[in-house]
Every structure is written in C-alpha cells, then in structure tokens.
Design a protein around this ligand. Structure first.
Ligand SMILES: NC(=O)c1ccc[n+]([C@@H]2O[C@H](COP(=O)([O-])OP(=O)(O)OC[C@H]3O[C@@H](n4cnc5c(N)ncnc54)[C@H](O)[C@@H]3O)[C@@H](O)[C@H]2O)c1
Length: 356
C-alpha cells in the first residue's frame, strides 16, 4: 500500500466541494482528479483545486494513482457511478442516501463485494462527538432498554432551492423530499441509537411548495424491534428552519441532541434507585455541551466538514487495515429502508413491516 490514498471526486456541486476539501486536507489523502458530467463545472473545480478536471468518468477510472472515488452526484445517480468505479477496482465513498431504491443499494453492495473494494456511505453525524457519547452510554447498558425515540427535523427549503437543480424534488433523482434528502441524517441517528425499526405508520404530502413532486412534510409512528416506540417528523416547510433534534429515552437514561449538540444527557446512577416522583436530580449527570457545527436548517451549503473529515479518515484507515468502514453499505441501507417504509405507508394507508 502506497503512503497516500488518491481521491477522485465525482460531482462538482455543493457537497462535492466538501469532498474535495477533505481529500486535500485529510492526512494520508491527496486529491488527484475531479469529475462532472458538465464540463464547465469540472473545469471550475479543476482550477480551484489545481488538479485535472474530467467529464468522462472512464478516463479517470483508468488512472492507477486513484484509489478512492467519492460520489457526490444527484442521489439517483449514485449507483451507476459507484458500480463503474468498483468494477474498475476503486474503493467508493458515496453520499447519502446510498441510492434511492433498495434494489440499487443491494446491487452496489454486491458489486463492491465482488470486486474486493470497500463501500462507505456518508452519514457524517454518526461521527459527531454528541452521537458517539450517547451511543457509548447506550451500548454500555447505562440507558437500559430503549423505550422511546423521536427524530424531529423542522427545516426550511425555499422553492428557489428546489428550482436550483432540475434533479431536486424529483422522485427519480432525489428519491423523495424532506425525508430522503434532508431528514435522513436524523433518521439514521434515531435508528443508530434506538436499534432497528420493525413497524411504521405514516402520513406524508406536499403542503407548501408548488413545483416539487416529493413530500415537504411527513410524520411517522414507529415501533422498534427492541420493543420501544417512536416518531419521526421531517419537513422543509418550517420557515425559517429550526435545529434538528434526536431525543432518546431508555429505562434509566435520557439524551437530547439538538443541532448536533448534546444538550441533555441524564443517566440514573446505580445508588439512586428511588428518587422523587418528579425526577432524581441527585442522579442526573450534568448535561454536556460539545462543539458548535454549521447549521443546515435553512442553508443547504452550511454543512460543517468535521463529520466528513472523520468519515474520510475512517475510510483511509479501513483501506490500510483491510477492514470495513464504520458506515458500510449495510449500515447505509438502514435509513433508506425506513424512509421507503414511511413512503409506502403514506401511499397505502397501511402499517408497513420492515424489512421491506
Ligand atoms: N452529507 C450531506 O450533508 C450532504 C449535503 C448536501 C448534499 N448531499 C448529497 O450529495 C449529493 C449531491 O448533492 P448536491 O447538493 O451537491 O448536488 P449539486 O446539484 O450541487 O451537485 C451535483 C453535481 O453532480 C453533477 N452530475 C450529475 N450527474 C452526474 C453524473 N452521472 N456523473 C458526473 N457528474 C454528475 C452535476 O452536474 C452537479 O455538478 C446528493 O446525493 C445529496 O443528497 C449530502
């Protein structure tokens, strides 16, 4: 294995910039090429980063100095790029959602496995210090059984945002709306902390946008396989946009992550079994506040690079150690399956059982 891992970024748009920035700044990585089907976009990135720009993916895939292809194209174009890269022997980092159907997601996972390359799906908030802290407490048993979990994404996207790209707000290329594009991070954190979802009942619709095919608001009621219940509320009609929240409650602990910050973390100590009927303040661990991050509540380009950096570093280490990246294809499929289940329930009016 050579000292540094060569990256090619495919898709020179909003998040492609974060990918290119990470490939430039992550230790052990270098940016080798940028690709966009629109030549002027590829060239603009090429000038900005001082690397060759391509509009033909095949030319890049032939380059032996490229080890990892990152896929930052519209969501419904992830699979095609990822599978072509995998067949050329390149490892793949793909943006969320992994793809817009389970069939394509499964095909990507299979092609990467058959070609012996690693597949990493971006879910950068799993790497936030707040998420890592809560997950550790849950995994170490301090919350007991997980009973109730809520994911709330009251975000705002204007009609102009949807009009800014012809793929935005379409079923074919965005794969959905407020849930598939914006709320997927928070939904992923909910299932990461609460465990797998077993049953879903949902409503969804387009309430305050004119030229989009997909939902701008959805609500879902969940039952988790571990026995707990929960809700998901995801919207892009909440002007001007509030911070996304994940709230989880176990037998002996509560955590709230608001706008990526851990605002409440309460774990009942072993001695304090009684407590007052209004809560046991003696057993409350002081709430911890962790670093500020950019807010995407109203501004889609305000994605802090921190989580992406952690995922890029994890992928580089996974390649070096020949292990799976922390968010591999199977992990990346989990929030997709929940969202597709919500859409199916909203469409049919029936409760949907997972796996689909
Ligand atoms: N992780 C996050 O926080 C985050 C944030 C924003 C977007 N995203 C995801 O990133 C993806 C891209 O979103 P965006 O907002 O950057 O989109 P964008 O429209 O700004 O950029 C997409 C780029 O891909 C190019 N493109 C389209 N099809 C292509 C193909 N087949 N081959 C090469 N280039 C192609 C387009 O010309 C465009 O330049 C989406 O899947 C989105 O869900 C993730």
């Amino acid at each position: 294995m050579k000292d540094e891992v060569g990256f090619a970024v495919v898709g020179c748009g909003v998040i492609g910039r974060t990918h290119a920035d990470q490939a430039v700044s992550c230790e052990g990585a270098y940016l080798a090429a940028v690709v966009d089907e629109a030549p002027e976009r590829a060239q603009a990135f090429a000038r900005r980063y001082g690397v060759p720009g391509y509009s033909n993916l095949e030319e890049v895939l032939q380059r032996e100095d490229i080890d990892v292809v990152t896929v930052a194209t519209p969501s419904g174009a992830h699979g095609d790029v990822a599978m072509r890269a995998a067949r050329a022997g390149k490892h793949v980092i793909v943006e969320k959602p992994i793809e817009v159907t389970l069939e394509k997601a499964n095909a990507m996972i299979a092609v990467c496995r058959e070609n012996g390359v690693k597949l990493c799906v971006v879910s950068q908030h799993r790497f936030d210090p707040s998420t890592i802290a809560v997950k550790r407490h849950i995994d170490e048993g301090r919350f007991g059984k997980m009973l109730l979990g809520e994911a709330t994404v009251h975000w705002y996207r204007s009609q102009a945002y949807y009009d800014s790209g012809d793929w935005r707000g379409t079923w074919k290329l965005d794969g959905g709306g407020a849930l598939m594009n914006q709320s997927i991070h928070t939904i992923d954190l909910l299932q990461h902390l609460m465990g797998p979802v077993e049953r879903i009942y949902a409503h969804a619709g387009t309430f305050n946008h004119e030229r989009i095919e997909v939902e701008d608001a959805a609500v879902a009621v969940l039952r988790f396989r571990g026995g707990g219940i929960g809700t998901i509320v995801g919207t892009t009609l909440a002007y001007p946009g509030l911070s996304a929240r994940v709230e989880v409650f176990g037998e002996s602990g509560t955590a709230v992550i608001d706008g990526d910050r851990l605002t409440h973390l309460y774990v009942r100590s072993q001695e304090a079994t009684g407590g007052s009927s209004y809560g046991d303040q003696a057993a409350v661990n002081k709430a911890t506040t962790v670093g500020e991050v950019g807010s995407a509540a109203a501004d889609p380009s305000a994605v802090s690079g921190g989580g992406h950096a952690a995922q890029f570093i994890d992928m580089i280490q996974a390649i070096r150690e020949d292990r799976e990246p922390l968010v591999n294809g199977a992990e990346g499929k989990k929030p997709l399956a929940i969202i597709l289940g919500i859409y199916e329930s909203a469409r049919t009016g029936r409760e949907v059982h997972l796996p689909l």
